[in-house]
Each structure stands twice: as structure tokens, then as C-alpha cells.
Design a protein around this ligand. Sequence first.
Ligand code: 13P
Ligand code: SF4
Length: 305
Amino acid sequence: MTIKEVQDEILRLKKENDVCILAHSYQNHEILEIADFTGDSYALSKFAATVPNKTVIMCGVRFMAETVKMLSPEKKVILSSAIAGCPMAEQMDKELIEGIKEQYPDYTVVAYINTTAELKTVCDVCVTSSSAVKIVKAIENKNILFIPDCNLGAYTASQLPEKNFKLLQGGCPVHAAVTVEQAKQAKQLHPDAELLVHPECKPAIAQMADYVGSTSGIMEYAKKSDKKEFIIGTENSIKNHLQYECPDKKFYVLSKGLICENMKNTTLVDVLSCVKGEGGEEIVMDDETIKKAKKCIDRMIELGG
Ligand code: 13P
Ligand code: SF4
């Protein structure tokens, strides 16, 4: 089958079987084309609560599908590729954070949404890269225990000097691998380009950037900007999507290594099996976990607007 034939079959079956397809912006172009909604983690979470269909297929990684399930527990939620996890989400477990909370009882625990549902059950509020500054600012408590991404935590802290942050050593292995040397080289090679980076990159890289923001933030900035050239400091798919959307501008990668293998696991053929009701993995969560973990997602949406 050609790509177009697989896409047409997915579109036909999704209508027939009352399925909604959500796709994170890091998915490949041919998957974004057949999705009902695409965006960053925050936009996907907000949309997930309003989906009218009885089945939702999440083309992304496991914590994203878990978030959809928490927000729409009555729906059948399928993760398009059963092996697509986010390594950062597995870095800290519930027991570790419970222990740290005992040491810092007067801190509000802020969890990046890239965490497991189990870990969310012991956290106070979730944030995403696009909403972290706004949400932490709105928290009354001055003391913030930010987990697990120390780079996003450091960026958020740099924007909110009035708060007292405690960070732990965790983060995205893909973004955190970018070096200052690579950023310097990219800037030398493209002196007229603006550097746009995701806050999961190290603080030293964020400090060199013209703009720091989520995947959607980076895309919006590049689309609206009068500038013509951009170095993209997030997963390399974003550079490709932008090139399609803005053919008159030039986009370069910050590092050839900025590839999230987990996000790249999903293929169109996987999505086809999911709409047939055969592939992927159905997200199953017990009511108690949903009830406890959902609280910090609800709080995120309440504070994030
Ligand atoms: P966004 O919130 O920018 O979509 O980030 C999700 C993610 O996993 C980035 O690595
Ligand atoms: Fe997780 Fe990093 Fe991949 Fe995002 S890019 S899903 S944080 S491993």
C-alpha cells in the first residue's frame, strides 16, 4: 500500500469506528496529517478532556496516553505503539518522592507532566513546558520542589526569582545531550539565524537562545517572526514541520542527535492496526490511581487557564 492509501484507510475506519486520533508535534508528518488534533503536551491535555468520540488513539508516548485516560476515564484510550515510553517519566518513582517530601514538608511538589500516573498520585500540581512559569507563579507557596527535569526547573526558576526552588537531577536524555559547543557551531554556521530552544535543554543552551519555549511555542514563534532563518533546538521533526509550513524561511537543526526514538516508534501502519481495533496498547488504570493522579492534572488546567 502507498502512504496515501494507508492514510485514506485510516480516515475511513476512524469515522466508521468513532475514533479520535491525537498526535504530539514530534510525530512524523504523515501521522500529523491524519490526526484530529496535534499540539504540545499542554494543548493535548486540554483537548483530551473534550473529545466526543468513544475511542482515542494517542500517537505519542505513554504518559500522554495516561493523561488522556485520566481526563476521559470512560473512553477506550490506545497508545499507538506499546513500546513508546518517555525515559524521563521513568526516572523517579513514587517511593523516592515520598521520601524527599518528608525532608521538605513545606514544599509544593510540582511535577512535569512527563511522569508516570503512579508518581503523579503523590504530587500537588503538574506543569508542561509551555505552562510551567505561569502555573508556578500562581502557586501561593514560595517553596517549590520541582521534579523530574532539572533543566525545565532551572529555566522556570530563572523566570521566577521570588520563588525558592529545590531541583532534583533528572531530565530528557535527548535534549540534555545538546552541548554548548554544538550551539556555538550552529550559530557560527548560521550567523543570521535565531536560536529557538526547548527548556529541556541545559541552562547554558537556554541562555544562548533568542527564544525558549515548548514545541508549539517554538513553532508559533518561528511562524510569526519577521526573521528568515532559525536554528531549532528541539526534536528534529519540528524543523521539518516548520519547513513545510514556512517554505520561504530556512530552518536548521541545533544537533543531529536531537531525535526522540520513542516518539518515532509510531508508524502509519501502527495507527492503521489501532483504528482496526487490533494494535497498540489499551491504557488500563485502576480508579484509585486515576482519582489521585488526576488531581494534579486538574490543578494544572485550573491554574494554566
Ligand atoms: P512539549 O510540552 O513541548 O510538547 O514537550 C513534550 C516533550 O516531551 C518534549 O520533549
Ligand atoms: Fe521524553 Fe525527551 Fe522524548 Fe520528550 S523528547 S518524550 S522528554 S525522551
